[in-house]
Structure formats: structure tokens, C-alpha cells
Ligand binder design. Structure first.
Ligand code: COA
Length: 196
């Protein structure tokens, strides 16, 4: 296992978003996107009943009592509306690897929020946590999800065949990843200061 961070690396503020721990008061906002069949179309969970959202939020709130931990789920709050529009997860694994995942309320799609939050998480992974490789997967039909990954400079490493069961059967899954060296080169090319 990668050395776990001594101190929490969140909350993370971006231009429009606050990535922060979940709160009990977020229940309605979380349930609002978790019940939507459009949101969960390519996921292996949902649409949630009230009971399932209750269980999930309880689990997240409980996880938050433990530090250090490698698996972090955060609320994505749209600061302007003080509303949780989705959630994002970063999970650290062995030898500097981590993966992430996200989902958002469909009323907030295609406004750049998904990219903004994912970019912040990948930045933390490389520039604060010093990780080596960050990866993510998505259903091959989930063009919005892999558009975010490609915009981040992640490369498609392969396609897993019929590896995961979702509600309409076995799905094919794209695997994307970016290495620390690629992230640093990307930062250098964009004129930003690299952490390396
Ligand atoms: C997939 C998802 C996270 C995209 O989030 P989003 O906030 O709409 O994405 P953004 O607005 O940041 O868009 C990032 C890029 O993806 C593109 N994009 C977004 N949705 C797209 C879609 N459905 N088809 C093609 N491209 C899409 C955008 O045009 C943008 O590219 P650009 O900057 O070059 O124009 C969102 O649709 C979602 O939450 N879906 C349900 C849950 C889910 O599938 N999560 C991922 C599981 S792997």
C-alpha cells in the first residue's frame, strides 16, 4: 500500500467548486442524482431507493471518522448555489497507484464541472500525494466520462471485455491512465509550475 497521507488533502477549492467531506445535510442533494436512471445508466449501482442512499451516506459519514485512509469520497459542492451536485472518489492502492470516479446530477452536466473536479483530484494525486500513476475506468458507451479522462491527458491503455455486470448485461470497459511524468510534462507545457 502507498504510504497514506499524514494529513487530509481535502477540502479542495477550485474556481467554482468545493470538494469536501459529506454531511448529513447533503442527503437530499445526493439522493436527487442517485435516483436518476440517466445518471446511473453506466454504473453498477442505482437508481437508489431512499434506503440505499441512507446506507451509502451513513457508510461515507462513518468512513470519514477514520484517518489516515486511502479511500476518499467527497461531495462536489457548487459554491455559487451551496448545493452538492455530485461526488468524486480517489482510492489509493499499492505502489503509488490510485483510481478515481465521479457522478453528477444531470442538470449540471456539460458545464465543465466534471472536468474541473477531476482535474483537481488528479493534481492532488500527483502534486500533493506524489503518486506514480492515476487510472480510471468507464463503460465504453460513456462518452462523457472518457471525454473528461482524455481532456486530462489520460491515455486509453486498453479495453476490458465484458468484465462488469450492469443492469443491461455484461459491459465492456475502457481503462485510462496517466503517469506522474506525463502530468509533469503537461504542466510544463501549459506554463504552470510543476511540483516535481
Ligand atoms: C460523465 C459525466 C461525469 C460528465 O460530466 P460533465 O460535468 O458533464 O463533463 P464536463 O462538462 O466537464 O465535460 C468535459 C468534456 O467532456 C465532454 N462531454 C461531456 N459529456 C459528454 C457526452 N455525453 N458526450 C460527449 N462528450 C461529452 C464535454 O464536451 C467536455 O469536452 P470539451 O471541454 O472539449 O467541450 C456526467 O455526465 C455524469 O455524471 N454522468 C453520470 C455518472 C457517470 O457516468 N459517471 C462516470 C462513471 S465512469
Amino acid at each position: 500500500m502507498t504510504d497514506l497521507p499524514a494529513r487530509p488533502w481535502f477540502p479542495v477549492r477550485t474556481e467554482r467548486l468545493l470538494l469536501r467531506e459529506l454531511r448529513e445535510a447533503d442527503f437530499d442533494d445526493v439522493h436527487a442524482y442517485a435516483i436518476d436512471p440517466e445518471v446511473v445508466r453506466y454504473m453498477d449501482w442505482g437508481p437508489n431507493t431512499l434506503e440505499v442512499t441512507r446506507e451509502v451516506l451513513d457508510r461515507w459519514l462513518k468512513e470519514q471518522q477514520t484517518w489516515p485512509r486511502g479511500h476518499v469520497n467527497l461531495a462536489v459542492e457548487l459554491v455559487e448555489e451551496a448545493r452538492v451536485i455530485g461526488s468524486i472518489r480517489l482510492s489509493l492502492q499499492e505502489r503509488g497507484n490510485a483510481d478515481f470516479g465521479y457522478s453528477y446530477h444531470s442538470a449540471y452536466w456539460r458545464k465543465g464541472y466534471g472536468y474541473e473536479a477531476a482535474e483537481a483530484i488528479v493534481r492532488v494525486a500527483f502534486e500533493e500525494l506524489g503518486l506514480h500513476r492515476v487510472w480510471a475506468t468507464c463503460d465504453v458507451r460513456n462518452a462523457g466520462s472518457y471525454a473528461i479522462m482524455e481532456k486530462l491527458g489520460m491515455r486509453r491503455e486498453g479495453t476490458l471485455r465484458r468484465n462488469q455486470q450492469v443492469r443491461d448485461g455484461w459491459r465492456d470497459t475502457h481503462l485510462y491512465a496517466i503517469l506522474a511524468s506525463e502530468w509533469a510534462a503537461r504542466q510544463a507545457n501549459s506554463g504552470a509550475v510543476s511540483a516535481d
